[in-house]
Design a protein around this ligand. Sequence first.
Ligand code: IPM
Ligand code: MG
Length: 361
Amino acid sequence: MTLRLAILPGDGIGPEVVDAALSILDAAKAADGLTYDSQRFPFSAAHFLETGHVLDDADLDTLRGFDAIFLGAVGGLPNDPRLAGGVIEKGILLKLRFALDQYINLRPVQLYPGIETPLKNKVPEDIDFVVVRENTEDLYCGLGGVAREKTPHEVSNQTMLATRFGVERCVRYAFELARTRPRKHLTLVHKTNVLTFVGQTWHRTFTEVAGDYSDVETAYHHVDACCMYMVNAPEVYDTVVVPNMFGDIITDLGAAIAGGMGIASSGNLNPDGAAPSMFEPVHGSAPDIAGQNKANPIATIDSLGLLLRETGRIKHDETAIKCGQRIGAAVKKVTPNFTGKSLDRSGYGTDDIAKMVIDAL
Ligand code: IPM
Ligand code: MG
């Protein structure tokens, strides 16, 4: 089949890293017999500042017509008052995740060969897990409000939400994923000793669903302890399932231990294929280095590999899966070139790294 890709290059370094990744796709596709069509969309902070348009329902309908969405990075300069209140984060990223029911945020945490981890004495075998972050509930629902704003009596609240349906579909996805990995081990991360209401929904659902997966070993960690283990003993993790807010926090920690934001890929999945999934590097738009051929495109290239593998799985397209696997393997062949160098200041340009991956293909 011909894969229909919606490309959202976004802001800052987004367009460069997306173009680098697409150059790899163009190099890879012939060998695998993959064909794709793509269309670019301008949704970004820059587009908003220029036109006042963020992303509306008609845009969402257009995007629904694609098999997958590939996003570079969105966001303008920090502290730009015109972008205050999360207008871009809420208006583009979260809107896509919620409207397209991308209920799984898949974030691999894997130390690649040659990449330096800040953790002493840890090697690639020690840091190899995947975080399944619930992506449509929890504190991210925007439930809450503020009254008597900007007065001494200001009062605000924001509510954590867990639905049995939302938790169960996420937990089931995590068990299915854990089952396909060699260790078959799944850890639930929460804070059930304090967040007893939402915590019990998660814990009970996890325990009940575990009954259907007797081949998967399970564990439970409080989120604070998880942060400690991720630093002291990351090897305890194989698959981790976690609600949205805690997942946001631990996946930045995960990116850091695996070498930094230049390496962290992610997918926002609608695993049922009812709407397109979206793939993006975890990093931001880094406006300070935009347009200078300095951005490391590895995270974006890896996200493209993930796009092909996951979209292939959802659409039962072996060609896309194979192409995605080859791109993933090529990335791992290239990372040893970073031995002894920092990911951000390696001296390699964006285009050098793209070329290395193409050669490795
Ligand atoms: C992420 C980001 C987003 C999130 C922000 C930009 C809204 O931190 O993808 O992890 O909180 O999910
Ligand atoms: Mg985050």
